[in-house]
Design a protein around this ligand. Structure first.
Ligand code: FE
Ligand code: FE
Length: 185
């Protein structure tokens, strides 16, 4: 694991590396709370942003090189590209072959329908780790340890609002996640 940390630290800006450590420890806490695999939460949390050290242009090139398919919508909201690319980089550069870890990395930005507990934990940990600050984060932090699905639903609501306010594209996977969680209530 130390080797993974060193490699990641070299690939990311200091602030992004600190965020990754924050997501990692938050994910382990959530895994404990909800009975998920703590080792998988640790690895997925640590590596979720492993492709974010590259510029968007480099990320797109890397996707072509590694055979990561990008839909048209992703090209219109390039901030999500590092997630599917991150799964490919975690597998190719960090030797991760566990499909649950790779899926949690792949969907940590858009979310999706039928998320596993690990998917939900990484999605939330990314939003609530200690260095995050935005309106509503305290409530989200509290809810995260009370009811996982309620917290994910609120996190997705925030993400959709955020994009609406910016006149930005909303990825269909995010809407799928929203519909899935709402209809399950
Ligand atoms: Fe990310
Ligand atoms: Fe992140």
């Amino acid at each position: 694991m130390e080797y993974i940390k060193d490699k990641l630290q070299a690939a990311l800006k200091p602030e992004r590396y600190r965020h990754s450590l924050g997501v990692c420890s938050e994910a382990v806490k959530l895994a404990k709370r909800y009975g998920a695999d703590e080792n998988k939460a640790y690895t997925a949390g640590l590596l979720h942003d492993c492709a974010k050290g590259m510029s968007i242009e480099e990320q797109i090139n890397e996707c072509y090189k590694r055979g990561v398919e990008l839909d048209n919508i992703m090209l219109k909201c390039p901030a999500v590209i590092h997630a599917p690319l991150g799964a490919a980089v975690a597998a190719g550069e960090y030797g991760i072959n566990d499909s649950e870890i790779l899926e949690a990395i792949r969907y940590h930005t858009t979310a999706k329908s039928d998320m596993t507990t690990l998917d939900k934990i990484i999605y939330l940990a990314d939003m609530i780790e200690p260095s995050r600050s935005f309106d509503g984060v305290e409530l989200l932090r509290k809810t995260a340890y009370e009811d996982l699905d309620t917290a994910v639903l609120e996190a997705i609501r925030q993400s959709i609002f955020f994009n609406l306010k910016k006149n930005a594209v909303i990825h269909p996977k995010t809407l799928e996640a929203w519909n899935d969680l709402v209809k399950g209530r």
